[in-house]
Design a binder for this molecule. Structure first.
Ligand code: UT7
Length: 385
């Protein structure tokens, strides 16, 4: 065949059909390839106890003032669970009922439970199984997550992996805290006890066949170098091992046993949480913006694309610092620490639920969740509602 005929054949005949074939092949592949599965929040609920405790109410127990608390933290009031009528689990159950109903499900549809808390009903077993029992669910798996203020996002990330791999279809994620039971209400503990409150939030997570909606990414971090500056050491098995001879606990004189929890620990008030507030504040204002930007950058978004940032409600001053640093408007950041105090793992789902109930989050909105706390651990999640 003459060269020019070969040329014409290749250019116009082979060229034409290969374009068609490529096109048809792409159509074929788009039907054939597995669809991207993401996790969506199908239902959300929250529960806070009825008992409102104002800053002035705390004056009965300690030397503090409404002015100090509002100026340093933004908190006006918090809720305390009924002393004996409510537990971390029962509050979680109340939030879960709402989330399950809003997802259009019943308890028997749930195929996995994740429960995040640092105030468990028992040291063991965890709250997950207590919730499974209380809600009369099937004998499904129940996982407890202990990541303090980052607990909800850590738990969300775990649940997200289970959904994306197809292992579960309806995961109930609950975060609940009953801090009021374990704080030091004397003046000695005022730097911590005025901050914390009780409450619960819950979400139902389901798979969605969509590349643009649901949880876009989660980002988890930790740095144990400062584990002791925001911690509750006792009861525990540390045996004063970690602090180069510095005593975190006094133990009773016993050959075996009696070290995990001793009379001396209680006598010397070593059974309460400890916090070097200013040191925690300093790292929090650095890590919060970092992990929010990590989530946005990973997905190719800018801060201006965000409809709402829900930061863990640690301190209103911290939220305001983040807002200023990221140049977010007042409408782009949701805070409710003024009403509920810091509810650690529960603070994000409570704030998310409240913002959604107020109509501040609509379908298609870009929402970022971010947390920092004891460990240190810090985390973020970016989702399209
Ligand atoms: O969610 C977990 C992560 N936690 C955080 O992110 C907390 C980060 N840190 C903070 O939010 C702040 O450090 C606090 C709100 C905890 C404390 O505020 P601060 O401005 O850092 O106060 P400070 O601890 O430096 O204490 C200042 C003063 C001290 O008195 P002197 O030594 O200056 O005379 C404290 O004894 O304020 C005193 N103080 C109080 N006074 C009245 C501490 N707590 C109280 C109180 N009422 N409740």
């Amino acid at each position: 065949m003459p060269t020019f005929v070969k040329f014409i054949f290749k250019k116009y005949v082979v060229g034409y059909y290969s374009t068609k074939i490529d096109f048809l092949y792409i159509i074929y592949l788009s039907y054939k390839l597995p669809v991207m599965i993401r996790t969506k929040i199908a239902g959300i609920g929250m529960y806070v106890p009825e008992n409102v405790v104002t800053n002035n109410d705390l004056l009965k127990y300690m030397d503090t003032s409404d002015e100090w608390i509002q100026e340093r933290t933004g908190i006006k009031e918090r809720r305390y669970a009924d002393r004996t009528g409510e537990t971390t689990t029962t509050m979680g159950v109340e939030a879960a009922k709402i989330a399950i109903e809003r997802a259009g499900l019943t308890n028997s549809d749930i195929d996995f439970i994740v429960f995040a808390t640092i105030c468990p009903d028992y040291y063991f077993p965890g709250c997950g199984v207590l919730l499974q029992r209380a809600m009369q669910m099937k004998d499904i798996g129940a996982l407890d997550v202990r990541n303090q203020c980052s607990g909800f996002i850590y738990a969300l990330s775990v649940a997200d992996q289970f959904i994306k791999t197809g292992m579960y279809k309806n995961i109930l994620l609950v975060a609940s805290e009953k801090h009021s039971f374990g704080l030091d209400f004397s003046t000695r503990g005022r730097n911590i006890s005025v901050i914390f409150g009780d409450g619960a939030g819950a979400v139902v997570l389901q798979p969605i066949e969509d590349t643009d909606n649901g949880i876009l990414s989660t980002h988890l971090h930790s740095d144990g170098n400062n584990a002791e500056i925001l911690a509750m050491y006792n009861p525990g098995t540390h045996a004063n091992h970690w602090m180069n001879g510095q005593k975190l606990a006094d133990f009773d004189d016993a050959g075996v046993g009696e070290m995990f929890m001793s009379h001396a620990m209680i006598d010397n008030a070593q059974n309460f949480p400890n916090m070097d507030g200013p040191a925690v504040f300093k790292v929090a204002v650095e890590k919060f913006p970092e992990v929010i930007l990590e989530a946005l950058n990973t997905n190719g978004y800018k801060t201006s694309d965000l409809r709402l940032l829900i930061p863990h409600q640690a301190n209103l001053r911290i939220s305001q610092f983040i807002q200023k640093k990221l140049r977010l408007s007042d409408e782009q950041v949701y805070n409710n620490i003024q009403q509920y105090g810091n509810t650690t793992a529960a603070s994000i789902p409570i704030a998310l639920c409240e913002a959604w109930e107020k109509g501040m989050i609509k379908d298609g909105d870009l929402v970022c969740l971010a947390a920092f706390g004891s460990g240190f651990t810090w985390a973020s999640a970016l989702l399209r509602w």
